[in-house]
Design a protein around this ligand. Structure first.
Ligand code: FAD
Ligand code: 2HG
Ligand code: ZN
Length: 450
């Protein structure tokens, strides 16, 4: 009998079935180095028909599949369980013609965000979601995690950008819904269900993306503030700017790590407790209105610097966007991404140090996040030995404020056991029912989410 590997080679070609341990290594662990397993092999299909044939071959042998895009996910969802086949979507990277009439484009699930950005920007459009992993993360991975990032305030999360999908289902069938009709009330929202499903229900092969207008006039302000409460007040006041696109938060200790790792100089002569980065975007330079808003914020603003030229803006963004890699340069953190109602953000920030210290004495807590959505990134260094205790303490605290255990990165394998803090038993039963009906063999992404 032919082996599964041989049948996979017949489907995708010899070069695209990887079995060499060294070659597979980068597919077997995550970006942070926290999750790892031994895959059976890595298979790299080139189109939807090949994905479908790969799924059918694995199903026939009862072999589980792990779906992987850019492997920038931060919750272990893109990492296989031992013995699973990794299905990499990276060769599904085509980018179709831009449909300027509907302001949409169809792209392969394996296209990276930066590749799509450069194509659509050349045509006067933009993608509504953006974040630091843009060079590696794929549109399929972003949709599957319902990624958020730096522009949610203006454009919503990834689900809001997805007007249609094509997907291979666990039985090998293909669901294709790529028309992208803005109005279409014909039953269950299959597209919305597959977005945010973390690869547990189907493999996205193509996506129909809604595009937003390219706004070349941009101004970024980095503002030093005295506390989280002041940061929230500043952002709430700045929301009166119709051009506001981003409102990010970080603290003195995170900035110190960033400067140490990147070699950047501190942005201000003096250190401050917290920093807010605001970005406005419009057809023309929006600096003046941004400056006026800062002036009217009064004492909340301890210091500020504003840039509207590309180099200056990128320099200010680097302080915020370098947090993830600067933290990882010190050690592998316990990483959580939580959200609370914005009015509770400061209380959560105040309560976290004691909760984390009780769970992992001597650990180092670094916080940053997206203010408008009350989304806090909780990174705890020197705590891997107490991973479960830290996770439990932080997620229970968040839940006590009426928050979500995952604002952006998804549940993955890391937060699966705490899903009940954000979802009722009845909701979890509905989710299990959907999973059992679409994937009765538990073929796709075992152990992720449920
Ligand atoms: P992967 O990591 O490969 O996969 C993620 C999940 O999606 C897995 O469960 C996987 O099985 C599933 N999946 C992938 N492709 C498919 C597909 N085609 N069909 C079905 N399932 C699929 N996230 C945010 O939300 N906001 C941020 O601001 C943000 N910033 C980041 C910054 C850095 C430096 C890094 C490393 C990560 C960041 N992330 C952020 C997390 C991550 O980049 C995003 O979740 C991203 O969307 C994952 O895309 P990916 O292609 O790398 O997916
Ligand atoms: C971000 O906002 C990402 O930069 C990553 O969501 C968060 O590293 C993290 O904890
Ligand atoms: Zn984030």
């Amino acid at each position: 009998m032919t082996s599964l590997e041989d049948r996979l080679r017949d489907i995708v070609g010899d070069a695209h079935v990887l079995v060499d341990r060294d070659v597979m290594a980068s597919y077997e662990s995550d970006w942070t180095g926290r999750f790892r397993a031994d895959a059976r092999c890595v298979v790299r299909p080139a189109d939807t028909a090949e994905v479908s044939a790969v799924v059918s071959a694995c199903r026939d042998d009862g072999v589980q599949l792990c779906i992987q895009g850019g492997n920038t996910g931060l919750v272990g969802g893109s990492v296989p369980v031992d013995g699973a086949v990794v299905l990499s979507t990276r060769r599904l990277s085509g980018i179709g013609e831009i449909d300027a009439l509907s302001a949409q484009v169809t792209v392969g699930a394996g296209a990276t965000l930066s590749a799509v950005q450069s194509v659509v920007r050349a045509a006067g459009f933009d993608v509504g979601v953006d974040f630091a992993a843009r060079e590696s993360c794929t549109i399929g991975g972003m949709a599957s995690t319902n990624a958020g990032g730096e522009r949610v305030l203006r454009y919503g999360t990834m689900r809001a950008q997805v007007a249609g999908v094509e997907a291979v289902m666990p039985d090998g069938s293909v669901v294709s819904r790529l028309a992208g009709l803005p109005k279409d009330n014909t039953g269950y929202d299959v597209v919305g269900l597959l977005a945010g499903a973390e690869g547990t229900l189907g493999i996205l092969t193509q996506l129909r993306l809604r595009l937003v207008p390219l706004l070349p006039g941009r101004a970024v302000a980095l503002v030093a503030v005295g506390s989280t409460r002041d940061a929230v007040d500043l952002v709430v006041a700045a929301r009166s700017l119709s051009t506001l696109e981003a409102a990010e938060l970080f603290y003195a200790d995170g900035l110190e790590l960033v400067c140490a790792h990147t070699g950047l100089a501190s942005p201000f002569a003096d250190a401050h407790p917290a920093y807010v980065l605001l970005e406005c975007a419009d057809r023309e330079d929006p600096s003046e209105l941004l400056l006026e808003a800062l002036e009217s914020a009064g004492d909340v603003v301890r210091d500020a610097t504003v840039a509207s030229d590309a180099r200056g803006r990128h320099a200010l963004w680097a302080y915020r966007e370098s947090h993830t890699e600067s933290i990882n340069a010190v050690g592998v953190p316990v990483k959580l991404d939580v959200a609370v109602p914005i009015g509770e953000l400061a209380a959560l920030v105040d309560a976290l140090p004691a909760a984390v210290e009780a769970a992992a004495a001597g650990s180092r807590l670094v916080l940053f996040g997206h203010v408008n959505e009350g989304n806090l990134h909780v990174n705890v260094l020197d705590a891997l030995d107490h991973d479960d205790a830290v996770t439990e303490a932080v997620l229970k605290l968040v839940s006590s404020y009426g928050g979500s255990i995952s604002a952006e990165h998804g549940v993955g394998r890391h937060k699966r056991d705490w899903l009940g803090l954000s979802r009722s038993p009845e909701e979890i039963a509905v989710m299990r029912g959907i999973k059992a009906s679409l994937d009765p063999q538990g073929l796709l992404n075992p152990g992720v989410l449920l």
